[in-house]
Design a protein around this ligand. Structure first.
Ligand code: PDD
Length: 293
């Protein structure tokens, strides 16, 4: 099992333990991040760490580590992990305390980090795309916090598993918000269209990369609300995330999206994304934030 970090110590994953009264276990009172790593270099680490800071600020928990310490531990885990490409999972909870909804007066946060395998979307997904279903977005109104309390997302994601699909696209008040674990883009009349960042969706790091690629590819972008009817008539649909990169959705609720195959705009963005990853990862410094496509 890989080496993980827990509260200041490195250990084998099989040895990592947290007390049952940890508020992460009792209340899901914590936040997390998933940082993709390619060729042992973290991708957009600064952006992931600043989103982690936003999540911590939002739950009123002081960041237990400095940016330098986060970077140091992340790089140490990457070096020891068995994979060239991997995902680093970061997790901070409000720590152990007697069970009470109110914050403990002096929280001792639990900090956990582990490397995970990160398989890129395979040739079958790139050739045929994936199927998705829709569901009502019944989550809380703070989707911008990457909270470990993922119960609503878990239940929504399972709907797609039950239907043999890869993702659940969420609709709130007749408008697309995001996927259960991804952001969503639609190609509508030649324009790359995606809902604006708000308290209802996670501000995806991959979402930002896609918008930057759109500039370099001269693709018109519309950041605006997408109605359910528009979603169902879109020429192309993609989901984006650190683990799924850009994945084409070719069936929605059992009906083909566009002509039912990954579209030309997806192909152009997939190529550009892979090229950008390769270029950014050539930098010797793990921080690739300064690179733009
Ligand atoms: N999830 N929206 C939600 C609800 C997500 O959970 C995720 C990512 C995204 C995409 O964000 P990013 O591009 O920064 O990965 C959007 C991660 C991968 C997870 O929970 O495993």
């Amino acid at each position: 099992m890989p080496t993980v970090y827990l509260n200041g110590a490195y250990m084998d994953l099989s040895e990592a333990r947290v007390p049952v009264l940890d508020r992460g276990f009792i209340f899901g009172d914590g936040v997390y991040e998933v940082v993709p790593v390619y060729s042992r270099r973290p991708f957009r680490l600064d952006e992931h760490l600043s989103r982690l800071q936003h999540s911590l600020d939002s739950i009123r928990l002081t960041n237990p580590l400095t940016v330098d310490r986060w970077r140091e531990h992340i790089h140490a885990l990457i070096r020891q992990a068995p994979w060239e490409d991997q995902g680093i999972y970061l997790h901070v909870t409000r720590g152990p305390a007697p069970r009470d909804h109110a914050f403990p007066a002096h929280p001792e946060p639990t900090v956990f980090m582990m490397p995970m395998a990160l398989p890129s979307p395979g040739p079958d997904v790139l050739a045929h795309g994936v199927a998705a279903v829709t569901a009502q977005d019944n989550r809380w109104l703070r989707g911008d916090i990457k909270a470990t309390s993922q119960l609503a997302n878990v239940l929504l994601r399972q709907l797609s598993v039950d239907a043999g699909c890869a993702e659940t696209l969420l609709l709130r008040d007749g408008q697309l918000t995001e996927g259960s674990a991804s952001n969503i883009f639609a190609v509508i009349q030649g324009e790359l269209t995606t809902p604006p960042k708000s308290h209802l969706i996670l501000p995806g790091i991959t979402y930002d990369v896609v918008l930057e690629l759109a500039t370099s590819l001269d693709t018109p972008v519309r950041i605006r609300h997408v109605s359910e009817a528009e979603l169902r008539l879109a020429d192309e649909l993609w989901l984006t995330s650190s683990t799924k990169e850009i994945t084409p959705v070719t069936r929605l609720d059992g009906r083909p999206v566009g002509d039912g195959r990954p579209g030309p705009v997806f192909r152009a963005f997939h190529t550009a994304y892979q090229e950008y990853k390769r270029r950014a990862m050539r930098g010797l410094e793990g921080n690739t934030s300064e690179h733009t496509p």
